[in-house]
Design a protein around this ligand. Structure first.
Ligand code: ATP
Ligand code: MG
Length: 418
């Protein structure tokens, strides 16, 4: 038997309702903040990620699905989507539109990772970006939209971890500080971090090995060596969050796993996931588009891991999303069956979700099935009803049955849903 590739999943009903509920909420909240959807390809030129995410990051170093196409061009399944959005900005000359642009995306990402809980090789991200604004207000707006989205899902225990990553000019100085602090302990670091110390010392702070984290705790906060401008920027973002009452803490060693961030960086962790399992990450990336050869366009945004988000969805949202009431229309006999599709059409047009009994079940079998599948409302159409232009509507939960004119069914349904 052919099986799905390791690290991928089949999303089946009814779980797919949870994903739809989450995505509907994201679309609603983000568009209420003026964002519009962008859809970019799931594969891009490999060079895009090497140049944006950074060739010494874990993602580029060991997690990318890279392959030559039939003409030998190197392509990569996107491991994240900010790079694709930046590429699309340049390619489609979005700079010529009025700024800023607020863009959101929802879709699959691909990383060749070791299998563990909450870590897949195909996973989905929901992201929001504001491009063309460099103010702390833009960062705060992105964080507000994030907080509002999470609140819409019913989360009340999530905290934003926030840090100042400084400006790229500060990076060299900070890199020297990290090397100075950690070089004496070099042999105690994991093999990856020994390499990181040479290639990209900032990445040591992002290591998940406990011993490395202990040692990294001795490294001074970036904020201490960062430019005054970057400090003012992040302080202003924090001030806005305070005003809004958005839960947040400073995380002085938070760096994120991508090279393009500067100034504001943040993460959301859930107490219901492991300590190293982050729900959402983001930050400011003012040089990304220009580094890719485009104009200077500042940006700020985040990506939420949808798989992990669904795993920790609050119960109330979960049960609301899983509930999918439908009116189970059961025609009895050939004449009723012939009429049933017209009724289904009219009711669906009037906003009633209908599940038509198409397998010819008897009334008894249909009621058994309704019970088993939680179809609490049944519309029975027998010869009798057909003659009279009515259906017998059963509310299984209340144990009631009444005859209602077919045209009155939508009103009856709406009354039951209130
Ligand atoms: P992690 O530290 O867990 O490896 P990351 O820093 O690599 O995460 P980002 O690149 O910031 O993650 O991606 C944003 C979000 O996407 C993460 O917070 C997480 O929720 C989700 N995510 C990343 N990689 C995976 C994966 N392999 N499987 C499921 N979700 C993922
Ligand atoms: Mg990762």
């Amino acid at each position: 038997m052919i099986q799905r590739p390791r690290g991928t999943r089949d999303l089946l009903p009814p779980d797919s309702r949870l994903w739809q509920g989450v995505e509907d909420a994201a679309r609603e909240v983000f568009s209420a903040f003026g964002a519009e959807e962008i859809r970019t390809p799931v594969f891009e030129a490999t060079e895009l990620f090497v140049r944006s995410v950074g060739d010494t990051t874990d993602i580029v170093h060991k997690e990318m699905y890279t392959f030559p196409d039939r003409k030998g061009r190197s392509l990569t399944l996107r491991p994240e989507n900010t790079a694709g959005v930046a590429r699309a900005w340049i390619e489609n000359r979005l700079h010529d539109r009025s700024h800023p642009l607020r863009l959101y995306y929802i879709g699959p990402m691909f990383r060749y990772e070791r299998m563990q809980a909450g870590r897949y090789r195909q996973f989905a991200q929901i992201g929001l970006e504001i491009l063309g604004a460099d103010t702390p207000l833009a960062d705060a707006e992105v964080l507000l939209a994030l907080a509002e989205f999470l609140a819409r899902l019913g989360f009340d225990d999530l905290v934003i971890h926030l840090n100042n990553l400084g400006d790229p000019e500060d990076r060299e100085r900070y890199t020297a500080v990290i090397r100075e602090t950690l070089s004496p302990q070099r042999s105690s670091l994991c093999a990856d971090c020994q390499r990181r110390l040479d290639e990209n010392p900032l990445r040591v702070l992002d290591c998940k090995v406990p011993r490395c984290q202990e040692l990294a705790a001795a490294v001074p906060a970036i904020d201490d060596v960062a430019s005054a401008a970057s400090r003012d920027h992040v302080n202003a973002v924090e001030e806005q969050l305070r005003r809004l009452g958005v839960a947040h803490v400073r995380a002085p060693r938070l760096v994120r796993g991508l090279d393009y961030y500067l100034r504001t960086v943040f993460e959301v962790v859930s107490p219901r996931l492991g300590a190293n399992t982050v729900l959402c990450g983001g930050g400011r990336y003012d040089r990304l588009i220009s580094d890719l050869g485009g104009p200077v366009v500042p940006g700020v945004g985040f990506a939420i891991g949808e798989d992990r988000l669904v795993e920790v969805l609050p119960e109330a949202f979960r049960s609301r999303a899983l509930a999918s009431p439908r009116l189970y229309l059961v025609p009895l006999g050939t004449a009723a069956a012939a009429r049933s599709l017209e009724l289904a059409r009219d009711w669906v047009r009037a906003g009633v979700p209908v599940e038509l009994e198409v397998s010819g079940r008897s009334l008894k079998a249909a009621l058994r099935r309704a019970d088993k599948d939680g179809l609490a409302f049944v519309a029975i159409l027998g010869d009798d009803e057909l003659q009279a232009g009515v259906v017998s509507l059963r509310d299984l939960a209340r144990g009631e049955q009444e005859r209602v004119a077919v045209a009155g069914v939508p009103a009856w349904w709406q009354g039951r849903q209130a």
